[in-house]
Design a protein around this ligand. Structure first.
Ligand code: DX5
Ligand code: ZN
Length: 231
């Protein structure tokens, strides 16, 4: 079984390095450095939903064509009803949009799934999770942001753990197999608290690309996350 098959097994812990911390002009080489990853986390920012700008569909299409690892696209953009389906169409394995960016999250998730992508919904730190509870099974992944979205290298917000635990409890009650993702400030020293609160899918930018050997950093994070994961 390849690591990518393993990533889809229930109970597995996934490590998704964020290329926001990679060298943008050497992207092909950077992607080769994280071959042990489960997914490549691709942060799309529009300088409107967040005060930072990265890249759009044209760049992501090239990353999709080049990456040996499937893509986990995180859209930090407005107007997701218009733009998100295009990322599913170009072949991203997973497309996550922010709940704050649409009034029709369920309709959009259904559209993404019908194109063949996993549908993800993300929550900024100030956004409560309870309104999502009736719709949990409309999504394949729920992303609880552990920093204010927009930039890499920020400090992990431990005060998001009660929100994550609330969500984990609700998912257990429903017998849901939705993946619970955290993004922002994940490192060797923070991953265990997020895993203990129920996260099973971890985005890490600076902790992976800032390491001398990114693949080793990924293995270490995976071992720590697996050890601490609350089933
Ligand atoms: C922040 C992005 C993250 C970012 C994480 O808005 O969504 O994916 O790259 O970077 P680190 O792991 O450095 O906090
Ligand atoms: Zn992200």
């Amino acid at each position: 079984m390849s690591s990518h098959d393993a990533a889809t097994q229930t109970g597995a812990v996934r490590i998704n390095p964020s290329i926001l911390a990679a060298d943008f002009v050497n992207m092909q080489a950077e992607l080769q450095r994280i071959a042990a990853a489960d997914f490549v986390h691709v942060d799309v920012m529009d300088n409107h939903f967040v005060p930072n700008l990265t890249f759009g569909p044209q760049m992501v299409e090239r990353i999709q064509a080049t990456s040996p690892v499937p893509l986990d696209v995180h859209l930090m953009i407005d107007d997701v009803d218009r733009w998100a389906p295009g990322y599913a169409e170009l072949g991203a394995a997973s497309v996550t949009f922010h709940t704050e960016a649409t009034t029709e999250p369920v309709a959009l998730a259904r559209r993404l799934r019908s194109i063949g992508a996993r549908a993800g919904i993300a929550l900024k730190p100030a956004t409560p999770v309870e309104p999502l509870f009736p719709y949990i099974d409309e999504f394949d992944q729920i992303l609880v942001m552990t920093v204010e979205p927009g930039f890499g290298g920020q400090s992990f917000m431990a005060d998001m753990m009660p929100k994550l635990r609330l969500l984990t409890d609700e998912c257990r009650r429903r017998g849901s197999s939705v993946w619970l993702q955290v993004d922002g400030g994940i490192s060797d020293s923070t991953i265990e608290q997020a895993a203990a609160a129920g996260a099973d899918t971890f985005v890490a930018g600076s902790a992976v690309f800032g390491a001398d050997e990114p693949d080793l950093a990924i293995s270490r994070l995976r071992a720590l996350g697996t050890g601490a994961h609350r089933h």
